[in-house]
Design a protein around this ligand. Structure first.
Ligand code: ADP
Length: 409
């Protein structure tokens, strides 16, 4: 549609030039042949013609300019080529994608302005075949991008042949695809590991004559632990998916933060004791947030559970975990601080990614799924809060949750 309008304008301009010349010749020769026409009349005719032509010419320029503005505002890239590969028109989206810097591209050959080999050979091939075609192209310069190109051959009203190349940026779709692939491969791997172990121990037990009951019990314990881990993994995955898709129901109400902390404390204290980790918990009463009680418990429990379990893995040194609450004008800060093994600085940016673990063996030992922190972050974001982490290897870690408050007590 846009191209047709552009070419009509181009055709109109040349047509007007032709009409202009023909009419001038005709009228002037008629005026001179019929001596009865005074020269002043001839001049008047010429003046009128000039004015008329100028008006039409202006109109044509105006329409062409409008065409240009419309093209520039289309978010997909568009390049229109004549059969010799010269650019008739292009828009800013196409120029940006392929890094075309020159102000005036009209009339230049595509090869003079673009150095993307894939685009050039796609254009070349389709200028020769003059058939519809499509391809995906990767762009390195000026930015790494993936685009889908469609070649559309068009024959205009005056038999003028042009090739339109439509360019759609599909970088996001590609990235999502690769994230999905990575996710599936991670899930398969995560499930395969416990399954292999369950299968192996079950097979050994089946071949066993149960003469050594202690060993048999040990194998059964492993089978139980691994299947429990698989169950946790599946639950975490389902939970993550539900929150991500907005299907998880969050019952927002006024929640007293110290009630959440007390609840978490009741769960973690016996576990910490059995793992030899000293836990200190304190929180002023009266701090109220707009939240989902169970989800807040889940998030804080997850962080405290991590702190206790990873600290318990430390070979020497003090084993402390602190769960504290601080409040300012607009928000409360929940801090979960430990004297555990700490997290290397280069791992911190990836810590909340699904399945990311600093130390796979250590995470396995504590029964981790690698999904806990991703879930925590999502829960906190649902509460319009944020989470931060600071850590020093060999010294300990501190996770801080910031939540907007309704009342500060
Ligand atoms: P996991 O189920 O493996 O614990 P998480 O998502 O909860 O998964 O945590 C991701 C990784 O972050 C863990 O595998 C661990 O390496 C690291 N991590 C989390 N919390 C702590 C902590 N308090 N101290 C040291 N490392 C931690």
């Amino acid at each position: 549609m846009a191209v047709a309008a552009g070419s009509v304008v181009l055709a109109l301009i040349s047509y007007l030039e032709l009409v202009k010349a023909k009419r001038i010749l005709k009228d002037v020769s008629r005026a001179i042949a019929g001596k009865d026409v005074p020269i002043i009349k001839v001049l008047d005719v010429l003046k009128d013609m000039k004015r008329d032509l100028e008006g039409k010419y202006e109109e044509a320029i105006h329409s062409r300019e409008n065409m240009r503005i419309i093209l520039q505002n289309i978010s997909d890239g568009i390049i229109i080529l004549d059969r010799s590969g010269r650019i008739l028109m292009d828009n800013s989206a196409a120029r940006e994608l392929f890094g075309i810097k020159e102000e005036k591209s009209d009339g230049k050959k595509l090869v003079e302005l673009v150095d993307n080999y894939e685009l050039l050979s796609f254009a070349d091939k389709n200028l020769k075949s003059f058939k519809s075609d499509s391809t995906e192209i990767s762009i390195i310069y000026p930015k790494k991008r993936f685009v889908k190109c469609d070649a559309i051959p068009v024959i205009l009203s005056k038999k003028e042949e042009v090739l339109i190349i439509l360019i759609k940026d599909i970088t996001k779709e590609r990235e999502l695809d690769s994230a999905r692939r990575e996710f599936i491969s991670n899930v398969s791997h995560e499930l395969k590991t416990p399954l292999t172990s369950i299968h192996g121990y079950a097979e050994t037990l089946l071949d066993d004559d149960f003469s050594d009951l202690e060993t048999a019990k040990h194998f059964l314990n492993i089978i139980e632990a691994e299947s429990a881990r698989m169950g946790r993994l599946i639950n975490d995955l389902l939970d993550l998916q539900k929150i991500e898709e907005g299907k998880a129901v969050f019952n927002f109400e006024e929640v007293e933060i110290d009630e959440v902390i007390k609840y978490v404390s009741r769960i973690v204290k016996p576990m910490a004791e059995s793992l030899g980790v000293d836990v200190k918990i304190s929180c002023d009463s009266g701090v109220v947030v707009n939240g989902d009680f169970d989800r807040l418990v889940q998030a804080i429990l997850n962080l405290t559970d991590n702190a206790i379990k990873y600290t318990s893995q430390k070979e020497k040194g003090e084993k402390h975990v602190e769960l504290l609450c601080d409040v300012s004008e607009k928000e409360c800060t929940l801090s979960i601080k430990d004297t555990g093994p700490g997290i290397p600085a280069n791992s911190i940016p990836r810590l909340f990614d699904r399945f990311y673990r600093v130390d796979k063996a250590r995470s396995r030992k504590v029964g981790g799924t690698g999904l806990g922190l991703s879930i925590v972050r999502m829960i906190i974001e649902k509460h319009k809060g944020r989470i931060e982490v600071s850590s020093e290897e060999g010294v300990g870690s501190e996770f801080k949750i910031f939540l907007p408050i309704l009342t500060k007590g």
